[in-house]
Design a binder for this molecule. Structure first.
Ligand SMILES: [Zn+2]
Length: 206
């Protein structure tokens, strides 16, 4: 959504706000008392969500005429309902990890991606494939992927093992994870699992 600053002694600018409130997730409507202050060339604007009253900070660069920073960030792409239902831990941890990435909290991103991945794979195997938690508990990532039967998912997981290494969460001493590749692979995995769920539903209705 758009808003216009209107306080005295600040330039008048149109600036963008998220469409959904990053806190409560409702369609963003802002309370009518935007706070603004100007420290050249930046205009600092604080809006409040009408629904939950929480603040959204925008820093607007009056030289380049664009938003320099918005906090908190708008919610990442919503997860597919099939994935939310299968693995709420995955969704929660990945969401937090993406926020950490945007905020350049780099030490948290690699482990966050790794834990979110562990949850997605765990829930897929235990809930959808009925493999017992007891059996999986002490296995490493590569050994867990050997239970996979869907070839596409198996292929994606082989990439994931290459990107993350095979150990469970550990101190990432020397190796820096290629975060973009990791994120891409995790998204592919999530999409493939969602596709499997949706298609099996279609087949069972026939
Ligand atoms: Zn809100």
């Amino acid at each position: 959504m758009q808003n216009t600053s209107f306080s005295k002694n600040t330039p008048l600018v149109d600036y963008s706000l998220p469409n959904k409130c990053p806190y409560c997730g409702k369609d963003l409507a802002i309370a009518p008392d935007t706070q603004a202050s100007y420290v050249q060339p930046y205009l600092f604007l604080i809006d409040k969500c009408y629904h939950c009253s929480k603040p959204i900070l925008t820093v607007y660069d009056s030289v380049s005429n664009q938003t320099a920073l918005s906090f908190p960030l708008s919610s990442p792409q919503p997860f597919r309902p099939e994935i939310q239902e299968l693995s709420p831990h995955y969704c929660m941890i990945l969401k937090q990890t993406l926020v950490a990435k945007e905020l350049h909290l780099d030490s948290l991103v690699g482990p966050g991606l790794r834990i979110s991945l562990e949850w997605l794979l765990w829930d897929y195997l235990t809930k959808l494939k009925n493999i017992s938690a007891e059996e999986l508990k002490h296995k490493k990532l590569a050994a867990r992927t050997s239970y996979l039967q869907n070839d596409l998912i198996k292929l994606i997981c082989a990439d994931i093992v290459r990107i993350f290494g095979n150990d469970t969460i550990h101190i990432f001493s020397d190796d820096k994870i290629d975060e973009d590749a990791a994120l891409l692979a995790i998204n592919q995995l999530s999409e493939s699992i969602a596709a499997e769920i949706i298609l099996s539903r279609v087949h069972s209705q026939r």
